[in-house]
Design a protein around this ligand. Structure first.
Ligand code: GZL
Length: 308
């Protein structure tokens, strides 16, 4: 009896220790880096073995990573899908291997929604609507807007564009005069904003920038300053994510508003995996919420998000 007791004590924790594969998009924005940090730290806290892959924003690298996780027979896969389409085949392979897939922060368009267990993400259409509503109020429904789109084909860019347009279309004197992808990066936002300024009479005809994330907005701020204009005054700016640097920019009077996107997805992701493996039924979408933040609370937000 003694040996069995000893073995069960030794094996129990090992039997429970999970191995999870995480296919991450890349490190294109401050938000994404924070998300990676959250998932890695929660895995460590919970004694979960995390196999991490950074796809450098390439879908083929994510597909390779998922196949590698399947070959390693992980217990579950977390996927942040860089774009919406092209996942059916590899998700079918995971299903055939009885490895559950959990989506974080972006969605996929697949023929069979049973190819993944759940999606833990915000409602991008709502974020776009909130951004549009704030801008309409700020400008009394009269504004010519340039839009910095996120990664082409990503659910975040597609739906943030859709939600914003839903609201802008309600106002005859609001229109998007230019719209282009900056790929969610600071340099992309800066380069695209420079081209907008050049094509719009040095920016004199631009009332506002709607940026699908804070990092592109931070790049646009640089471009606006280099063009000799005052960001947030000559050209209004609203973006999404709520990264610490955008609150710093607000404190410096360089931007007007941001909508927070929760980056601490480690807890909900590993809770979903635990619940699923315990046989619980999960909703297809576990929705995260984010509020609108303005300069009046920027200092407090910055300090609370950068406190060691
Ligand atoms: C949205 C997420 C987006 C962020 C960007 O959930 O996919 O990708 O808004 C990031 O900062 O690049």
């Amino acid at each position: 009896l003694g040996i069995i007791t000893v073995l069960s004590l030794v094996l129990a924790p090992i039997a429970q220790a999970l191995t999870v594969g995480f296919s991450q998009i890349g490190s294109e924005s401050g938000w994404r880096t924070a998300e990676t940090q959250s998932i890695k730290s929660v895995a460590q806290q919970r004694g979960i073995t995390l196999k991490f892959s950074d796809a450098q924003q390439k879908q083929e690298n994510q597909i390779k990573a998922i196949r590698s996780f399947i070959a390693q027979r992980v217990d579950a896969i977390i996927l942040a899908p860089v774009v919406e389409t092209g996942w059916d085949q590899v998700l079918r392979e995971a299903k055939r291997a009885h490895i559950p897939v959990f989506l974080v922060d972006r969605g996929v368009k697949v023929r069979d929604s049973n190819l993944y267990v759940t999606k833990i993400a915000s409602d991008f259409v709502e974020e776009g609507r909130l951004a549009g509503a704030w801008l309409a109020g700020k400008t009394s429904g009269h504004c010519k807007i340039v839009e910095l789109q996120g990664t082409v084909g990503s659910s975040a860019a597609i739906d943030r564009k859709k939600g914003f347009a839903n609201i802008i279309d309600l106002f005859p004197r609001m229109s998007i005069i230019r719209s282009q992808s900056g790929d969610f990066t600071r340099s992309g936002g800066k380069n695209v904003m420079e081209s907008f300024l050049k094509s719009e009479n040095g920016g004199k005809t631009i009332c506002a920038v709607y940026s699908h994330n804070d990092d592109m907005a931070l790049g646009a701020i640089q471009a606006i300053q280099e063009a000799g204009l005052k960001p947030s005054k000559d050209i209004l700016i609203i973006s999404i994510d709520g990264v610490p640097d955008i609150f710093k920019a607000m404190m410096d009077g360089q931007t007007n508003a941001t909508i927070e996107l929760k980056s601490a997805l480690g807890e909900p992701a590993f809770d979903a995996i635990k619940d699923y493996l315990a046989g619980k039924k999960l909703p297809k979408w576990i929705k995260t919420q984010g509020d609108l933040y303005l300069p009046d609370t920027a200092k407090a937000q910055y300090e609370s998000r950068t406190a060691m």
